[in-house]
Design a protein around this ligand. Structure first.
Ligand code: CAA
Ligand code: NAI
Length: 702
């Protein structure tokens, strides 16, 4: 038995079987201490005269879930995984891996280098490195195609998907699915069988790669280049698998190592790993530690329009019962039909069975017109028109009839939730739950916290998000909260560039090449140009700041009935049955007329300047939002933009992007732009302070 009490790896011999156990909670990441422990254990096994076979298994919930991602970006201490795995493969005595939980990344690569692999029935395997901006760099791209063929390897490595035990068995990735009661029995029984049958070692690296057809790599390359929007890792993964098909294992591993190093050095790796960690950090708020949420089993929804129907669908799909209140019978029936349609689409996509859909429609959904049906619900989410008077009326009614302790939530996009809470006798129970459209699809939920809200009500917002498999971000009350307030700024920066000479089409093209899912004008067409039109009207009515630059070309589009996709034309013209649109020439005419009227001589914008201005405006407003406490930490802003606004994950979010660029260079851009528009581009004090003390946004996440 290994006597070092500190090592996460222990070694013992039972008759002629060496049992190597790893215990590195929570997910048995292959940290430095684990690698050192494994090196010692395999030395011992190699030298042992007694041990004829080794069984390796992990304690706790999973086999190794991969390399320790926290070590990335720093010099990685020896022993290194690729060498360690090759050494295990080269041993003269067999090694058996027992897989349970999620054998991912370096975990699966470890198993592929051992000679035999058995899986427990619920085990999953996968090589998810592509999502971290890297590739499986410990032999995965060379050994998986040798076991499972090129097509399967390309599928698994470029998608990063988790594959169940049965599929892994069929693909030749594991040798057997064990029906033993526990992993230890499974491993010991299998090892005994290998010894009894004298099966010995079986090296994956000695196999040849099957399934290499003409053009397969080029096909995958062209298929993925379109989908991955500038992300490097999927294409590097293809190159690594190509190397497996062309080179002997030793040279293939070398090539894999070179490609791995290139990705490790890229800022995309930094961005994607930041995204991985903040997704797990965003819900960890000191104010919520130990606070129990209230129940969310029965929720009332007021208003069954675009948002109400989507929110109801999201809840129903997660086992929540819904009572939806509309203004009249016709609207209630319409809401019922919309939700039934969304659920039917879920059945079509295989997310829900037809029986479950019927059960939901028969039992869990109730669309009514009478508010008294809400007297016993755990929570109400209001999604009526965006109008303060209407919302106040609704909240006064809810206050009068909901049971004590019911959470009263509003889905408002912009309105002051403190003002809404003030019409009730229980402001501690009032909160904003800002869903995004379509609410049954979009991942983000802004949990907007007014002044008087009780911590357990905030905890209930986070718990509901988790139940709906959404990502919740805490936001404070202001015009637009985190996401829409930042959006308003970068959209305005784009609108200014259009006034000054850029075309909306150039801006969309540059930003999609930067990695955004859509450009701002494509988004506007999708959401409906009437939304921006209404906002401009509201701002004019409220009285705009004297330095704000107003424009009317987009109003003119709306006046002629062009609201974007829903009317067939907006910034783009949409033909029925075709995906995407083509630039609408009328837009450029309207813009040119407005420039002439305003005496603006148009100038050219380089693609780089478009990005500097768009990102500069985004980062600057993000900094203001953090300084004001609307977002508690920069990571909350990053998560909001990643989960709700199509921000390219490989840039990590606007604040991570700013850190990667260097805050001094962002500040220099803001100061340069401020020379011609001091009001709009006034640099955030927080950025100035951080630059002065040589710090970055990340320092505020810690
Ligand atoms: N390294 C370091 N920490 C890790 C980790 C890893 N590979 N995987 C998970 N963690 C941490 C998480 O950050 C989290 O920490 P906190 O509790 O402090 O927030 C904790 O482990 C638990 O993780 P989850 O909350 O995600 O737990 P889960 O049960 O929901 O999911 C999981 C478990 C499926 C393993 C998920 O954590 C996961 O997908 N992990 C990443 C797997 C991965 O990408 N592996 C490849 C690594 S890269 C590699 O291996 C390179 C190579 O080629 C050698
Ligand atoms: P919508 O106009 O599609 O739906 C509103 C619904 O509320 C209508 O069906 C209407 O009949 C109903 N309604 C109005 N007054 C009512 C009352 N007193 N009692 C019961 N029902 C009533 O509006 P939409 O888009 O669903 O927006 C709802 C709320 O969600 C607004 O506050 C909006 O700002 C917010 N929101 C909208 C988003 C969007 O993309 N549409 C995104 C996020 C938030």
């Amino acid at each position: 038995m290994n006597t070092s009490p500190l090592s996460p790896v222990s070694y013992e011999t039972r008759d002629d079987i060496a049992l190597i156990r790893v215990n590195n909670p929570p997910v048995n990441a292959l940290s430095h201490a684990v690698r050192v422990g494994l090196a010692d254990a395999f030395d011992q096994f190699d030298k042992s005269a007694d041990a004829k076979i080794a069984v390796i298994l992990c304690e706790g919930r999973t086999f190794f879930a991969g390399a320790d991602i926290k070590e990335f970006g720093k010099p990685i201490a020896e022993p290194w995984l690729p060498e360690q795995f090759s050494r295990i493969e080269a041993l003269d005595k067999p090694v058996v891996s027992v897989l349970h939980g999620t054998a991912l990344g370096g975990g699966l690569e470890f198993a592929l280098a051992t000679h035999w692999r058995i899986a427990m029935p619920g085990a999953k395997v996968g090589l998810p490195e592509v999502h971290l901006g890297i590739l499986p760099g410990a032999g995965g791209t060379q050994r998986l195609p040798r076991l499972a063929g090129v097509e399967k390897a390309l599928d698994m490595i470029t998608s990063g998907r988790h594959v169940g035990a049965a599929e892994a068995l069929e693909a030749g990735i594991v040798d057997e699915i064990s029906d033993a009661a526990d992993i230890e029995t499974a491993g010991m029984d299998f090892a005994r069988k290998i010894l009894d049958q004298n099966k010995g070692v079986r090296r994956t690296g000695d196999l040849t790669v099957a399934g290499v057809s003409d053009g397969i790599f080029d096909e995958w390359r062209s298929k993925l280049s379109r989908k991955t929007r500038g992300q490097l890792s999927p294409l590097h993964c293809i190159e690594a698998v190509r190397a497996a098909s062309e080179l002997p294992i030793i040279e293939g591993l070398k090539r894999e190592g070179e490609l791995f190093k290139e990705l490790m050095a890229s800022s995309q790796r930094e961005g994607l790993i930041h995204a991985f960690f903040i997704e797990r950090q965003v819900g960890k708020l000191p104010e919520l530690a130990g606070v129990a949420p209230r129940p969310t089993d029965h929720i009332g929804i007021i208003g069954g329009g675009t948002m109400g129907a989507g929110i109801a669908t999201a809840c129903l799909l997660s086992g929540v019962s819904i009572t939806l209140v509309e203004r009249d019978e016709a609207a209630a029936d319409k809401a019922q039909d919309t939700i039934a349609g969304y659920l039917a689409a879920s059945v079509k996509r295989g997310k829900l069975t037809a029986e479950k859909r019927s059960a939901i429609l028969d039992g869990a959904l109730n669309c009514v017109t009478d508010y008294s049906a809400l007297s016993d619900v755990d929570m109400v989410i209001e999604a009526v028109f965006e109008n303060m008077e209407v919302k106040k009326e609704v909240f006064a009614k809810l206050d009068a009839l909901c049971k004590p302790g019911a959470v009263l939530a509003t889905n408002t996009s912009y309105l002051d939730i403190n003002e809404i809470a003030a019409v009730t006798s229980r402001p501690a129970d009032v909160i904003g739950l800002h869903f995004f459209s379509p609410a049954h699809v979009m991942k983000l939920l802004e949990v907007v916290v007014p002044d008087a809200t009780a911590p357990e009500v905030v905890a209930t917002g986070f718990a509901l998000a988790k139940r709906l498999r959404k990502i919740a971000v805490r936001a404070g009350v202001c015009d637009g909260f985190i996401g829409n307030r930042i959006l308003a700024k970068y959209r305005t920066a784009a609108d200014h560039m259009v006034l000054d000479g850029a075309s909306p089409f150039q801006i969309d093209k540059v930003l999609t090449a930067f990695g955004f899912a859509m450009g701002p004008y494509e988004v506007a067409d999708l959401a409906g140009l009437d939304i921006g039109w209404a906002t401009r009207k509201r701002k004019r009515a409220e009285g705009m700041h004297p330095s704000a630059r107003d424009f009317t070309y987009a109003d003119k589009l709306c006046e002629s009935g062009h609201f974007g996709q829903k009317t067939g034309a907006g910034y783009y013209v949409y033909e029925k049955g075709k995906r995407g649109g083509t630039p609408n020439p009328q837009v450029l005419e309207l813009i040119e007329a407005e420039r002439a009227e305003k005496g603006i001589t148009p100038r050219d914008f380089t693609d780089a300047e478009i990005i500097r201005r768009y990102m500069g405006a985004m980062v600057n407003e993000s900094a203001n939002i953090v300084a004001e406490g609307i977002a508690r930490r920069p990571l909350d802003v990053d998560m909001t933009l990643l989960a709700g606004y199509g921000f390219p994950r490989y840039h990590g979010g606007p604040m991570k992007y700013a850190d990667i660029q260097g805050l001094a260079s962002i500040l220099a851009d803001l100061e340069e732009f401020a020379q011609t528009d001091a009001w709009f581009w006034e640099p955030a004090q927080l950025i100035k302070d951080l630059v002065a003390r040589g710090d970055d946004f990340a320092s505020l996440n810690r």
